[in-house]
Design a protein around this ligand. Structure first.
Ligand SMILES: [Zn+2]
Ligand SMILES: [Zn+2]
Length: 190
């Protein structure tokens, strides 16, 4: 496997996935992932059914290699996932929960990304349009929990570009307005 270097659309921020085997390549079709991409102006990251390809791994398995100052953070609501992106140009980057102790990073990939093997799960497909068959959700969740537990045992959860030593996000999250969120929602399936 090669070519695990990524760049935002304008080239100011670059990152790398270190081990392409230490994670799972999935596609998420939930309305929130679609809304995020559309709000960022990155609808081109969605597949034909509105899916977002994600490599689920730990933050310790990736590095920001250039332009970390462009890292930006938004939430669709006060309790929403942390949706990290390149603020320079609105390129989706990674999703995390709000604490570094749950060592999870869902790295957002360009649609049709070919260098991490095939997509092994299609999840949250209720919002897929045209429809997509759901599969792999349980295995995906189990793999995440195994990685989180492993990172807690080894202490690798501390190795993250997203949070400082106090556990606070390195940039303040911006919660987007309801009107912005509604404007970016995918149309309901007909
Ligand atoms: Zn950029
Ligand atoms: Zn999603």
């Amino acid at each position: 496997m090669t070519d695990l270097d990524f760049s935002c659309k304008c080239g100011a921020m670059e990152w790398r996935i270190l081990d392409g085997k230490a994670g799972k390549h999935i596609a998420c079709y939930c309305a929130d992932c679609q809304t995020s991409a559309r709000h960022l102006g990155a609808a081109d990251y969605l597949d034909a059914s509105g899916g977002t390809e994600i490599f689920q791994t730990t933050p310790s398995n990736m590095k920001i290699t250039q332009g970390p100052e462009h890292l930006a953070l938004m939430q669709l609501g006060p309790n929403g996932l942390f949706r990290w992106h390149a603020g320079c140009c609105g390129t989706p980057f990674a999703n995390t929960v709000k604490t570094p102790k749950f060592s999870f990073s869902g790295m957002v990939l360009p649609a049709g990304y070919g260098s991490l093997g095939p997509v092994t799960a299609h999840v949250q497909t209720k919002a897929a349009n045209p429809p997509v068959k759901e599969h792999g959700f349980a295995a995906t969740g189990l793999a995440i929990l195994c990685r989180v537990l492993g990172a807690r045992i080894t202490g690798n959860w501390r190795d993250t570009p997203f949070f400082d030593e106090s556990g606070a996000p390195v940039v303040a999250p911006v919660v987007i307005s309801k009107s912005d969120r509604d404007a970016a929602r995918p149309a309901p399936r007909l």
